[in-house]
Design a protein around this ligand. Structure first.
Ligand code: ZN
Length: 561
């Protein structure tokens, strides 16, 4: 019995090590040398990147191969996000994910199209059984593309465990040449309460970084007192890529002792939003730079390892502390940052006063605010911390603070529109006013009688906006009455400048045809190889609806034989 226990313990220890992940099981999904435009857990807007972004030589249409035997367990085709995505589940319990695809291999493509025609929808999600589409290792499954939210041709590749948690694919032996140290761009100190100071200031301070030999850094010495945290802006470059990517591990040490560690090996989708609490959200929202905090304030993320005192340093008077940070990439190229801290009472013991307002948000409470025709509902645990909110309603404009506080849940904004006439009511939506020009950006709005409700995680200024302009629809590659016998594709441009396109429907002689929508080029494309357009004389009808319900109908004739 003791022997078995010892044996189990041995495996439990082993399972935490890198060797736990099979090293030769998964082959490369592409036939080209792998160069990354994105690493695992890289910091993205509102999420950690869940896989590797593999460059595809600025082209679409490269063969994508199954990394191992298995079966297609999920197919998702969507306008946004992953675009065309394929999920293959393998006998060892892992699932590989291939996204932003151009198209699928012929047999998979035929299977999907059949379902799309049945459902009369380009967007579709399917969960085939294990017998439906079995896959052999290294067989062709798809072609790489740029579909969905992709900003340039690449393959987004993931490996997930059986609990749907994405894991760094490099842990499975996918090898990317990297001999360069991570780069440290900036370094910050944070006095964490009103009694804490850095260089006589109670505010966040950018500290001067001095590069030294071998890619390391020293930070100018500081005087400090109280509870202090630090933050770092850092990234990594790999050998064959000009772009910079995310780092793999960040650790800090206080007088030689482990203090804090961030480890980008695995996370779950339910926690990815907490990235906004890992980074200095206000700094990011206002300056677009991501400072990773090296202290864990109210953050439930699982990527924190061996955290002492939440990574916070308690600096006392007349002490001397050496603080070091180690930033490493997956290949263990490391950069060190060294900072000497002298504990010294402040000669300026006046903390900068936090601005107060009548609206004190308590993070653990549900709060309803109402003024005139506008109300806002914050549910319990929407925010990470208590703060004073700016709230003001001026006719149809709602000032709801600035976008400087991260929210982990949506809150709702409701406008009572009973004072508008019926004609106007049907054209109204809630917009976020963005940028210097206060451009009204559509916020997903639902109407129930005389109430309009929008749900969002982003604070800022909102207003009622009107969309009374119908979507526009234009033929791209043909004219009314044209013969298209030799054409492979039928292309139509659709656009709605204010509230945006909500849905579209295309038919030929009354029969639904599949048109793929690419929102980036505003293009609808039908492939005549689908074989559904069989008549000589064809009446194409496209109906597009925007987000407040304005419709446009486009009708044209074309001929084929
Ligand atoms: Zn990606």
């Amino acid at each position: 019995m003791r022997l078995i226990l010892g044996f189990l313990l041995f495996f439990a220890l082993l399972s935490n090590a890198q060797s736990h992940y099979p090293q030769d099981y998964f082959s490369s999904p592409l036939e080209i040398p792998l160069i990354l435009s994105g690493t695992f857990a890289e910091l993205r807007s509102n999420h950690f990147h869940s896989g590797l972004d593999i460059k595809t030589q600025q082209r679409v249409g490269l063969k994508v191969k199954a990394c191992a035997d298995g079966y297609v367990s999920r197919i998702k085709v969507s306008h946004y996000g992953y675009g065309k995505a394929l999920y293959i589940t393998h006998p060892n319990g892992y699932t590989t994910v291939y996204a932003h695809l151009q198209k699928f291999s012929p047999d998979i493509e035929a299977y999907i199209k059949k379902q799309q025609y049945k459902k009369e929808s380009y967007e579709i999600e399917l969960f085939p059984s294990s017998e439906t589409l079995p896959i052999k290792k290294e067989s062709l499954i798809a072609f790489s593309g740029n579909s969905g939210g992709s900003g340039g041709p690449h393959l987004h590749f993931e490996i997930r465990d059986n609990a749907e948690r994405p894991i760094n694919p490099m842990l499975f032996g996918i090898d990317i040449a990297d001999t360069t140290n991570p780069y440290v761009k900036s370094f910050y100190a944070y006095p964490l309460d009103e009694y804490s100071y850095v260089n006589n200031s109670n505010e966040k301070q950018k500290l001067r970084l001095i590069p030294i030999k071998g890619g390391d850094y020293v930070v100018e010495n500081i005087d400090a007192i109280g509870n202090i945290g630090f933050g770092v802006e850092t990234n990594d470059r790999q050998n064959l890529a000009a772009n910079s990517n995310g780092v793999y591990n960040i650790r800090s040490f206080v007088n030689g002792n482990n203090n804090f560690e961030l480890d980008f090996k695995r996370f779950s989708f339910s926690e990815t939003k907490h990235i906004n609490q890992l980074i200095d959200y206000e700094h990011y929202a206002t300056k677009k730079q991501r400072i990773q905090k090296l202290f864990k304030k109210n953050n439930p993320l699982s990527i924190f390892k061996s955290v002492l005192n939440d990574g916070v340093l308690s600096i006392e008077d007349s002490t001397y502390t050496v603080y070091k940070v180690r930033v490493a990439d997956f290949k263990n190229n490391e950069s060190w940052i060294t900072l000497n801290i002298k504990g010294a009472k402040t000669s300026n013991p006046k903390a900068s006063k936090t601005k107060t307002t009548p609206y004190h948000i308590k993070a653990d409470q549900t709060i309803n605010l109402k003024e005139n025709k506008v109300s806002v509902d914050f549910y319990k645990d929407t925010f990470y911390e208590d703060f004073y909110l700016d709230f003001e309603v001026k006719s149809d404009t709602l000032i709801l603070h600035k976008n400087v506080k991260a929210a982990k849940k949506n809150f709702s904004i409701t406008y009572d529109i009973s004072n508008y006439n019926n004609e106007d009511k049907s054209k109204l939506y809630i917009a976020r006013l963005v940028g210097y020009k206060k451009y009204p950006s559509y916020t997903y709005t639902q109407r129930k009688g005389d109430l309009l409700t929008a749900s969002t995680k982003t604070l800022g200024t909102f207003a009622l906006a009107t969309d009374s302009i119908r979507p526009s629809i234009k033929a791209i590659n043909f004219k009314n009455g044209q013969w298209l016998s030799k054409y492979r594709y039928l292309k139509v441009k659709i656009e709605d400048k204010l509230s945006g396109v909500s849905k579209y429907r295309a038919t030929v002689n009354g029969k639904w045809i599949l048109m793929e929508y690419d929102y980036k080029t505003k293009t609808l494309t039908h492939d005549f190889n689908d074989g559904v357009v069989r008549d000589t004389k064809n009446n194409l009808k496209v109906i597009v609806t925007d987000n407040v319900g304005n419709n446009s109908t486009f009708e044209t004739l074309f001929y084929r034989k």
